[in-house]
Design a protein around this ligand. Structure first.
Ligand code: B12
Length: 233
């Protein structure tokens, strides 16, 4: 039996969007898992999941969809991401702590970004929305993290935390991301602002690996796909 090795990402996006409007969780899951398997994590996140998230957000704001759809798509996407989180082990593995700063609730794009890092053989420790700065620092220390990524939509979420972000950046490479990092005056000293282009941002974080250990052999991953972020595991 031959396996299909191509997938129409526009069609996948349309089907996930339609299934979201119909609150049809099994179709969302099936289409996403097929797409992940065939096209890889980067392409699925960037060309299917993020655009659906954006469209659901915009449609919700304009009244075309309801709060029910926003909650549904968040939950369905988290479910699929959960299925990808197989353990990352071995010498090539690196650890990253992901979190939104205190009072920041927009954590889904960061979770999707986590899947892209996971596919690059990063052990993802996700603290999610509204994380106290002390908890982020503690997680970084406890896991001996190679990087921390803090993301948020609201500028105030970062502005109020410049001193603690600056302290954190002294002990662990710190990346900040999301709309809230725009017009920040100046970012916390030592922190790197990530691009809105998720693949570029993932490559920036993954660049730490080469700085630390030279160019490693490609890690062995359970499922091969078409792009760099192809590990479904
Ligand atoms: C979904 C949503 C929520 C959900 C969040 C679900 C979740 N768990 O993530 C819930 C319901 C919790 C929520 C709550 C609120 N929200 Co809200 N929300 C949205 C909405 C509709 C969609 C956001 C989204 O996911 N977009 C999809 C992503 C793909 O797009 P994006 O955020 O633009 O991200 C792009 C880049 O910034 C970048 N990026 C983003 N994050 C990251 C992370 C990394 C690591 C990288 C590399 C890149 C990256 O990648 C994307 C593609 O380029 C937007 C409006 C909209 N149409 O966008 C409002 C919006 C973000 N919310 C807003 C507000 C005001 C709120 C509330 C205060 C509302 C209220 N009065 O209660 C609350 C509480 C917010 C808080 N304390 O954090 C404002 C923010 C304004 C501002 N800049 O301050 C917006 C813009 C609505 C508006 N027009 O006023 N919200």
């Amino acid at each position: 039996m031959s396996q299909d090795t191509t997938i129409d990402l526009d069609d996948a996006r349309r089907r996930v969007m339609e299934a979201t409007a119909a609150l049809d969780g099994s179709t969302v899951r099936d289409v996403l898992l097929d797409t992940l398997l065939v096209a890889g994590v980067d392409a699925t996140v960037v060309q299917v999941m993020m655009p659906v998230l954006k469209q659901v957000g915009d449609d919700w704001e304009s009244g075309r969809l309801g709060v029910v759809h926003e909650h549904f798509v968040s939950s369905a996407f988290r479910g699929v991401l959960g299925e990808l989180r197989l353990p990352v082990e071995g010498d090539q593995a690196r650890t990253v702590v992901l979190a939104c700063p205190p009072r920041e609730l927009h954590d889904l794009p960061l979770e999707l970004f986590g899947a892209m890092l996971h596919a690059r053989w990063w052990r993802v420790v996700s603290l999610g929305a509204n994380s106290p700065m002390t908890a982020i620092a503690e997680a970084a220390r406890f896991t001996n993290a190679h990087a921390v990524v803090v993301a948020g939509v609201r500028r105030t979420a970062f502005e109020a935390r410049i001193p603690s972000l600056t302290r954190l950046a002294r002990s662990t490479p710190l990346f900040i991301a999301g709309e809230g990092t725009k017009n920040l005056g100046s970012p916390p000293p030592g922190a790197t602002v990530l691009s809105d282009d998720l693949v570029e941002a993932a490559e920036t974080v993954d660049g730490l690996r080469e700085e630390a250990v030279g160019t490693p052999d490609a890690p062995t991953v359970p499922v091969a796909g078409q792009d760099t972020g192809s590990a479904v595991g």
